[in-house]
Design a binder for this molecule. Structure first.
Ligand SMILES: Nc1ncnc2c1ncn2[C@@H]1O[C@H](COP(=O)(O)OP(=O)(O)O)[C@@H](O)[C@H]1O
Ligand SMILES: O=P(O)(O)OC[C@H]1O[C@](O)(COP(=O)(O)O)[C@@H](O)[C@@H]1O
Ligand SMILES: [Mg+2]
Length: 335
């Protein structure tokens, strides 16, 4: 059977925004135009798809957006799309506009939505865009690098005042369910300890002892990084430290500041490649794929397979962090 020609595609951003999403939008629009395909921007994620909130994209309308944080198409979390009636309306918009394929830029939730749309006959491709870096089939998600650098800028500043006042800083980094960002930031800032939801720790051995050892060797300020998803969050961890060590402890929740700012070169370039690959797949008649980075290569993966995998914490990075913070030394001495 002859394949239907792809003449018009849609692109949208969904879930938590991430620096680099604009570069992905630009790449999708320009690659499509380059291939003779029309590109329609859908605003406000699945909410916009349900309500036909659209913005046709031409070559000029995506000019100069790569250097901007956020997303020119806005992002949203849509409850209506979670029920079949909402999804039927979204399919109705695709039919009304004659959309032959959709590129969704977002995280795991967005991909679950794409999978549902594909079951209703819409061709879909996902691009991983989230500062959480929690998509199992891809070693990298757009926004992670910029978010790490933003967190580091703040932590470097915090260090100055913590050093002056000889305090213990407990910094909460984003990640509802994932500690990738916290771990990476912890290694980069030379933290005293890092606490993530994926790894149980023995607070006395893994947190209080490294602090005491550092104090004994002359250090008078401490930096503890906590992922948002850890039970009790940064406040819970700070309370434990205060009780066990009587240190003057201060909590900083970095929050949404981590999601903003000018995207780094890594995020812009990765987003550009992924946008290009996504359109190529749709144009070739493919559907139900996620663009991934694996061993420095851009590859694609079945969405259902991608969603069935859970991304575990990088054990090499975790081991390096433990060795350098002193968390591991305490254990070895005990054995
Ligand atoms: N299981 C699902 N079925 C259909 N749509 C979903 C599903 N999970 C999430 N979505 C849609 O995707 C949106 C974004 O998901 P969310 O988890 O908030 O962000 P992210 O895509 O960044 O992980 C949700 O608001 C919802 O509209
Ligand atoms: O913007 P909101 O709704 O406050 O959500 C905050 C959450 O979004 C994130 O920034 C990104 O998560 P998603 O990519 O899954 O949307 C998480 O790190 C954070 O826990
Ligand atoms: Mg998510």
């Amino acid at each position: 059977m002859e394949r239907k020609q792809v003449r018009r595609i849609g692109v949208f951003t969904s879930g938590g925004d991430a620096p680099g999403m604009n570069a992905a939008i630009r790449s999708v629009a320009r690659t499509a135009l380059h291939m003779g395909i029309e590109c329609i921007g859908i605003r406000r994620g699945y909410h916009g798809l349900i309500n036909c909130d659209v913005l046709p994209l031409d070559f000029e309308s995506v000019s100069g957006i790569s250097r901007q944080g956020g997303t020119m198409l806005y992002s949203a979390r849509s409850k209506e799309f979670m029920v079949p009636e909402g999804r039927e309306k979204a399919v109705g918009t695709c039919k009304l506009l004659g959309i032959d394929g959709l590129v969704g830029i977002g995280g795991d939730g967005t991909f679950r939505g794409l999978l549902e749309l594909s079951k209703l006959g819409v061709s879909v491709v996902g691009i991983p865009g989230t500062i959480d870096n929690d998509i199992a089939c891809s070693s990298y998600t757009i926004g992670f690098d910029t978010a790490c650098n933003t967190a580091l800028d703040s932590i470097d500043k915090l260090r100055d005042t913590m050093q002056s006042h000889e305090r213990c800083s407990v910094v909460e980094v984003m990640g509802r369910h994932a500690g990738h960002l916290a771990l990476y930031v912890g290694v980069a800032c030379g933290a005293t300890a890092v606490v993530v939801p994926e790894q149980d720790i023995d607070y006395e051995h893994d947190l209080m002892e490294p602090i005491r050892r550092a104090r004994l060797s002359g250090r008078t300020h401490f930096m503890v990084i906590v992922a948002e998803g850890v039970e009790g969050g940064a406040y819970g961890v700070a309370e434990k430290i205060r009780e066990a060590t009587a240190l003057d402890t201060r909590v900083t929740i970095l929050g949404h500041v981590q999601r903003g700012g000018r995207p780094s070169s890594r995020d812009r370039v990765t987003a550009t490649y992924m946008g290009y690959e996504a359109v190529k797949l749709l144009a070739a008649g493919e559907s139900n794929r996620v663009i991934c980075l694996q061993d420095d290569q851009y590859v694609d993966f079945d969405i259902a397979d991608a969603l069935s995998m859970k991304k575990s914490l990088d054990q090499q990075t975790y081991s390096v962090m433990r060795a350098l913070t002193g968390m591991e030394q305490v254990r070895l001495k005990d054995q």
